[in-house]
Design a protein around this ligand. Structure first.
Ligand SMILES: C[S@@+](CC[C@H](N)C(=O)[O-])C[C@H]1O[C@@H](n2cnc3c(N)ncnc32)[C@H](O)[C@@H]1O
Length: 405
């Protein structure tokens, strides 16, 4: 697949940690589907297992089922299909764990080729957070539709495709033009650095005349690559493109935090990462560690940060709104350094760009996604059409949207 950065995708800090949480959410639909399969020794395929969060969860569930003498046989045969060249230590451990309760094998290949990768039809195919990757590296919408047409051909009659993802938009069109204003310097710098390269090199659908990005500062039109970050920008662009820029800013920020080069590293995984003050308002206590001195945090800023923080065991806590503001300030200095050629910052920026910076979430509303599955699967050479059957087949879990058909 062109542009698929295997090495960066295999980065242990990414697949094994950052992208490997929420196993219960990722494995819930496949476990439910298995309960509806009456055959002994059911065959399951998971495509794009990443760090194996769903595999570990499923192994634990099947083990519990075995202990409670449930009808669900333990003898599940699970085949994992991971993109060629992607490796994960935590997936290897998950495979081992699964082999304690059933049979699990890992194969390398592409989701789009699933029709030629399996020797016989299977009862359940599952995937989590896969579609944006197939869109971004596997042929855009045509690649996605081809996969939807292929899936029914690898399922036994009455089999299931269980899919989970983190985001379903509510707005009808990616191309609807909206106006947004930006005045944070960090955001303006990110817009300037990221947008032109994403539009030129990313896989995205914003090629129409009506998709043009028009940025104004002091009422004058300014090329995005030349935005002055000391001046508020009013930008008109497709809503889907704004979503992409904002999502990329957040994944970039996460990447820099985890790189340790920012000088402050929040705890991003485990219980301490979810120390909520007000979950609905998105307000929490951030646990963080202050690293060695770096050029982007001055001595004065370090003292200010300490004054606004509290000690907690071997680290500090701080209000999340304050932490976000501090991050914006520090990230700005970091981006400045990257822009002016600092080797460390440049390398962190490039690594993120390679791994995620050209990707697009193939945003569809839940209705559009389900319709696409029905329409394209109906065009396969089988009698199987992928569609929800029970009310509970479409489930929303803890603030994310999950669809299964
Ligand atoms: C965003 S990660 C999600 C990992 C895991 N499913 C989860 O939810 O934690 C996407 C996974 O799909 C894999 N992948 C990407 N494109 C693929 C393709 N065309 N075929 C098979 N796997 C693919 C990636 O290597 C990665 O493991």
């Amino acid at each position: 697949m062109p542009n698929f950065a295997r090495e960066q995708k295999s980065d242990a800090g990414y697949l094994d940690i950052a992208a490997n949480t929420h196993g219960a959410e990722k494995g819930a639909l496949v476990h439910r589907a298995l309960r509806r399969i009456s055959r002994a020794r059911p065959r399951v395929v998971e495509v794009g297992p990443g760090g194996g969060a769903a595999v570990t969860y499923l192994a634990a569930q099947l083990n519990d089922d075995g202990n409670t003498a449930s009808d669900l046989a333990l003898d599940v045969h699970l085949t994992l299909i991971e993109a060629p060249g992607v490796v994960s230590q935590s997936l290897a451990r998950a495979v081992e764990t699964f082999n304690g309760v059933g049979k699990c094998e890992l194969r390398h290949g592409f989701a789009q080729d699933i029709g030629t990768l399996l020797a016989e039809p299977v009862d359940v195919v599952s995937a989590s957070a896969l579609m944006h990757e197939v869109y971004s590296y596997g042929g855009g919408y045509a690649g996605l539709h081809a996969m939807m047409r292929t899936l029914p051909t690898v399922l036994t009659p009455g089999g299931f495709f269980a899919y989970r993802d983190v985001y379903a938009v509510e707005g009808p069109s990616l191309h609807e033009r909206v106006i947004q204003s930006y005045n944070s310097r960090a955001w303006l710098t990110f817009l300037r650095l990221f947008t032109p390269q994403y539009l030129a090199e990313g896989v995205h659908p914003y090629h129409r005349a009506d998709d043009e990005v028009v940025a104004r500062q002091n009422s004058r039109i300014v090329p995005v690559a030349e935005l002055d970050r000391a001046t508020c920008a009013v930008i008109t662009a497709p809503v889907g493109l704004f979503r992409e820029i904002q999502r990329h800013y957040l994944t970039f920020r996460d990447h820099v935090w985890r790189s340790g080069t920012l000088g402050l590293t929040p705890v991003l995984d485990g219980d301490l990462a979810a120390d909520w003050i007000d979950f609905r308002a998105g307000h929490k206590r951030v646990h963080y560690r202050l690293g060695d001195e770096v050029p982007w945090v001055s001595a004065g800023q370090r003292r200010m940060l300490a004054a606004m923080s509290e000690s907690y065991a071997d680290h500090h806590t701080i209000d999340s709104d304050i932490f976000d503001s501090v991050t914006d300030v520090v990230l700005l200095a970091f981006l400045d350094a990257a822009e002016s050629g600092d080797a460390t910052c440049r390398q962190v920026w490039e690594a993120w760009l390679l791994r995620e910076g050209r990707e697009t979430y193939a945003y569809m509303t839940a209705d559009q996604l389900l319709t696409a599955f029905v329409v394209h699967s109906a065009e396969s050479e089988t009698d199987t059409v992928l569609m929800p059957v029970h009310v509970g087949d479409i489930t929303r879990m803890t603030g994310t949207t999950t669809t299964g058909s």
